[in-house]
Design a protein around this ligand. Structure first.
Ligand code: NAP
Length: 251
């Protein structure tokens, strides 16, 4: 009998930590859906990389801050891959570094909808499919938070850090809510990771500037975060829920 692959959704899977996670999960045997916002070619490249190694992958454009898009994303996964086993809430943004005096309501609300509302909406759709309460067979969720939730990102982006604090609260609350329904919910909190996200804050070389503050004296690779995510989704983490794994070189 052929083994049915587990199915995983990685939001923001076209680049950085999300792309590294998609590749690792595919290598572990998951059929993966790579969600992205604008970068169609980057998402297709990840799909091709997975397919060329014999894996199964699809890419679906959807703005995860938009409820209609999220509902469509999950419905399309139902149709094209099957019932979801694993969700990696990873899509996130930050904006130009500044002090709190320069923040606007428009910017704060954009960060909240992209980094927080989206995680809630994707968790909602995943729970509807995974929970034994709804006839599902269980599953696992990993929310990608940030060391910023602990550190606060003073003089850079307190708004971004606060969205990650909200994600830690979501992880804690939801993990308890669905613990007896076959679903585990955990967070990883990356530190300084080499991705292009830092350029969006106006400082492409930010990891180089700050790496001496890290006890291990270096930035991290997206693959090192992906490894923690893959572990938390796996059966090896079967008794772990409501936990936070710092992938931050000791900081
Ligand atoms: P990245 O390289 O900037 O990639 C961001 C990804 O999110 C892209 O795939 C992008 O899609 C997608 N995305 C953005 N807004 C979206 C939306 N509204 N709907 C759907 N997809 C959207 O980011 P990264 O550095 O890998 O970060 C990934 C996660 O790790 C984020 O949650 C971030 O906060 C967290 N994190 C990163 C670091 C770090 O040092 N890099 C540290 C701590 C935490 P497109 O390619 O289509 O634009």
């Amino acid at each position: 009998m052929t083994k049915v692959a587990k199915i995983a959704l990685i939001t923001g899977g076209s680049r950085g930590i999300g792309a590294a996670t998609a590749l690792q999960l595919a290598a572990a045997g998951y059929a993966v859906c790579i969600n992205y916002l604008h970068k169609h070619e980057a998402a297709q490249q990840v799909v091709q990389d997975i397919q060329s190694q014999g894996g199964t992958a699809i890419a679906i454009q959807a703005d995860v801050a938009n409820e209609v898009d999220v509902v469509r994303l999950f419905a399309e996964i139902d149709t094209r891959l099957g019932k979801l086993d694993a969700l990696v809430n990873n899509a996130g943004i930050l904006m130009q570094q500044c002090r709190l005096e320069d923040l606007t309501a428009e910017r704060i609300n954009r960060l909240l909808s992209t980094n927080v509302t989206s995680y809630f909406l994707c968790c909602r759709e995943a729970v509807k499919r995974m929970s034994t309460r709804h006839g599902g067979k269980g599953g696992a969720i990993v929310n990608v938070s940030s060391a910023a939730a602990r550190l606060g990102s003073a003089n850079e982006y307190i708004d971004y850090a606060a969205t990650k604090g909200a994600i830690d609260t979501l992880t804690k609350g939801l993990s308890v809510e669905v613990a007896n329904e076959g679903i585990r919910v955990n967070s990883v909190r990356p530190g300084l990771i080499y991705t292009t996200m830092h350029a969006d804050g106006g400082e492409a070389n930010r990891v180089e500037r700050l790496k001496t503050n890290v006890p291990m004296q270096r930035g991290g690779a997206p693959e090192e975060v992906a490894a923690a995510i893959s572990f938390l989704l796996s059966d090896a983490a079967s008794y772990i829920t409501g936990s936070f794994v710092d992938v931050s070189g000791g900081r």
